[in-house]
Design a protein around this ligand. Structure first.
Ligand code: ARG
Length: 461
């Protein structure tokens, strides 16, 4: 049973069918260099515990360095007979250090605490890369908002015209959501920065090893306080899968709008040629594939989360082999976002907005009716009555096929004595927008303050 991690109590090797089922090198090999980093730290605590002498430590570290080089260059790859990354690298170590020395490294550790630690190391690294991609997407939104700070557009609820808003305000709404995603990744990292190394198979170690020293060497803040939790807990992975799903959902919501905005009917945006695709049959086509792939991949990310949660839900403590299924969902989430984020941020950064069309549509659909009602409130009319009076004006305008500003002073006076010509001050998009200068409102002055607040939080992120 050459190269296997066990065998003493078995009379033969595993069946081919079991070996094929068991195998994980095709997806866990990406942890190889983290595994070697863990081995270096483990060798040092074995040395400090008196289980490796100075010469053995030096020999072990030299062999690990040689193995690391070969892994990095691709000269060392998992063999067909290797079950997982940990077993394969022990084989590689023994080839370089010899069985007498190489066979000593496994003391006091288990693949259970190794794999739980290496996964966290990998995810922490990639959480930073993903956060960088989300920040680049936020930058693209902020840049577009600054370029179009005072451009009005139709604000919608239920996809119906609701009230005019600034395009900048709308774009920044997406930026705030993505900023919270970055903050979530940072907050997640506090829980991920705890090392399970030293938990052993489930019960800790009898060899006087120092898990805190391993944790520190591997860039963690501390070591786990419970070896069962350390080896069997996967909430940190599940939380990562949730945060990455949320990022996918947030990108999907932006993308859905880009898809709608790019239709002939809306004609709010033109996609840059370099971020759109053509059709193999229809020569005129220009398709928003980036946005559609973002929308599609959100489903995939959600699937990763639900699949992982389903794997975890019935598991008794401590380690069960089901947990080998923990890696592909989170690795896929990493791969998906790392390829998606640059495309979405590029698409946003290169969008051209049809600002005249957006501005001209902003007041249509009686989108200023709320302004009329709130103007009446400022004249002392109770809102209930103001709502009714504004609604009557809408009804009259609609029956004539005109807009609110087309009604005459007499028309307004006929509806109510309160509707004096002064109401015209809010019957323009500009008047409507300027009036909404509360914190978080869409007035240009409020959006400028918003940009300052966002910049301050981005500074900290
Ligand atoms: N490859 C396994 C995993 O990814 C780790 C090995 C633990 N196997 C075991 N029989 N205890 O979870």
């Amino acid at each position: 049973n050459e190269g296997s991690l066990w065998g003493g109590r078995f009379s033969g090797g595993p069946a081919d069918a079991l070996a094929a089922l068991s195998k994980s090198t095709h997806f866990d090999w990406r942890l190889a260099r983290h595994d070697i980093a863990g081995s270096r730290a483990h060798a040092r605590v074995l040395h400090r515990a008196g289980l490796l002498d100075d010469g053995e430590l030096a020999g072990m570290l030299a062999a690990l360095d040689a193995l690391d080089d070969d892994v990095r260059t691709g000269a060392y790859l998992p063999a067909e007979s290797d079950e997982d990354v940990h077993g394969s690298l022990e084989r590689g170590l023994i080839e370089r250090a010899g069985p007498a020395l190489g066979g000593k490294l496994r003391a006091g550790r288990s693949r259970n605490d190794q794999v739980a630690t290496l996964g966290r190391m990998y995810l922490r690294e990639h959480a930073r890369i993903i956060a960088g991609g989300v920040l680049a997407t936020i930058d693209a939104l902020v840049e577009q908002a600054q370029q179009h700070l005072e451009v009005p557009m139709p604000g919608r609820t239920h996809l119906q015209h609701a009230q005019p808003v600034l395009l900048s305000h709308h774009l920044l709404a997406h930026a705030w959501a993505l900023l919270r995603d970055v903050q979530r990744l940072q907050d997640w990292d506090r829980r991920a920065a705890v090392s399970p190394y030293g938990s052993g198979a489930l019960a800790g170690s009898s060899l006087g090893l120092d898990p805190e020293a391993v944790a520190a060497e591997l860039g963690f803040d501390s070591a786990t306080h419970n070896s069962i939790d350390g080896t069997a807990g996967r909430d940190v992975y599940a939380e990562f899968a949730w945060v990455t799903s949320m990022i996918g959902v947030d990108l999907s919501r932006i993308s859905e709008e880009v898809i709608i905005w790019a239709t002939k009917e809306f004609s709010f945006v033109t996609l840059h040629d370099s971020f759109s695709t053509g059709s193999s049959i229809m020569p005129q086509k220009k398709n928003p594939d980036v946005a559609e792939l973002a929308r599609g991949k959100a489903g995939r990310l959600i699937g990763n989360l639900t699949g992982l949660l389903a794997t975890l839900k019935g598991l008794p403590l401590a380690y069960n082999r089901d947990l080998q299924e923990d890696k592909e969902p989170v690795f896929d989430a990493v791969d998906t976002l790392e390829v998606l984020l640059p495309a979405v941020s590029g698409m946003i950064a290169t969008l051209t907005f049809n600002t005249e069309r957006m501005a001209s549509l902003a007041p249509l659909g009686f989108a200023l009716a709320t302004d009329v009602a709130e103007w009446l409130v400022r004249q002392g009319v109770p809102f209930r009555e103001a709502h009714e009076l504004s609604g009557a004006a809408v009804k009259l305008a609609e029956s004539r096929g005109v807009e609110l500003w087309d009604l005459t002073d007499e028309d307004y006076a006929g509806i109510s004595e309160h509707l004096t010509p002064g109401v015209r001050e809010v019957l323009t998009v500009e008047g409507s927008l300027n009036s909404r200068d509360s914190q978080g409102g869409t007035a240009p002055a409020a959006v400028r303050r918003q940009l300052t607040a966002l910049a301050a939080q981005l500074e900290e992120a």
